[in-house]
Design a protein around this ligand. Structure first.
Ligand SMILES: [Ca+2]
Length: 242
């Protein structure tokens, strides 16, 4: 009966892991590269202007040794525009299943700038090419030496979302329409207004970007966390205790 028991346990473990990933539509954990992510320098002074470019398109740097776990990308602010990370094609197109879910990610500061300065007014922005929606930022800036988790709610009520061109609250129908035909998804890539004039460019790292149709209120489901949860069961399996 032991083999049956082990099979049942393995099946249950697989089911648990599958459930932990339930709702994940697309993700970037940067295990082996930048996965097509880039950056963009938008215009704007106090707040980003997503309809205009300051420095325009830019590259990100892949870091194969740093991450949560290893593998992340980072962007060093090259100008006085507003830097945002730009999602690759895998995150675009019809993502209407994300309605009711969330966009989560983690960031870490890789510079020595003092904190508590300017905060970008938009944590993320979405567009279908016609309507640009921004998600109001109430989060604190990432810090050095630790990964800070961020969540962009995609609740069907569209709470927290505003129309970029007017600043008025987005409607549920607008959020659904934009998610159904995504042509742009950007994530804040700098938290300090200004760059080269300080002599210490701001560098922000990004990891574990997850677009999910489920917003269960738990922290970002990291691969490392899943491995940790599974470890005791696997250990017991190896020891023949199950
Ligand atoms: Ca990673």
């Amino acid at each position: 009966m032991r083999s049956l028991s082990i099979s049942t346990t393995v099946f249950a473990l697989a089911l648990t892991l599958a459930n932990a990933h339930a709702g994940v539509l697309v993700s970037s954990t940067f295990d082996n590269g930048d996965e097509g992510w880039t950056s963009f320098s938008f215009a704007g002074v106090a707040t980003p202007d997503f309809s205009g470019a300051f420095g325009g398109p830019g590259q990100v740097d892949f870091d194969g040794t740093s991450g949560n776990p290893a593998g992340s990308i980072e962007s060093t602010d090259p100008d006085n525009g507003w830097q945002y990370f730009v999602a690759p094609l895998a995150f675009l197109g019809d993502q209407v299943l994300a309605l009711g879910g969330a966009l989560t990610f983690q960031q870490q500061r890789r510079d020595i700038l003092p904190l508590g300065q300017a905060i970008p007014s938009a944590l993320a922005a979405l567009s279908d090419g016609t309507t640009l929606l921004v998600y109001a930022n109430t989060a604190s800036a990432p810090v050095a030496g630790a990964w800070t988790s961020y969540r962009v709610s995609l609740d069907a009520s569209a709470a927290g979302w505003f129309i970029g061109s007017t600043g008025t609250a987005a409607t549920p129908e607008q959020l659904q329409r934009v998610l159904g035909n995504l042509s742009q998804l950007v994530i804040a890539g700098e938290w300090f207004d200004g760059a080269v004039s300080t002599g210490q460019p701001e560098t922000i790292a990004l990891d574990n970007v997850i677009l999910s149709g489920v917003d269960d209120g738990t922290p970002v489901p990291l691969p490392g966390t899943l491995a940790l949860l599974a470890a005791p069961v696997l250990l017991r399996l190896r020891r023949g205790r199950l």
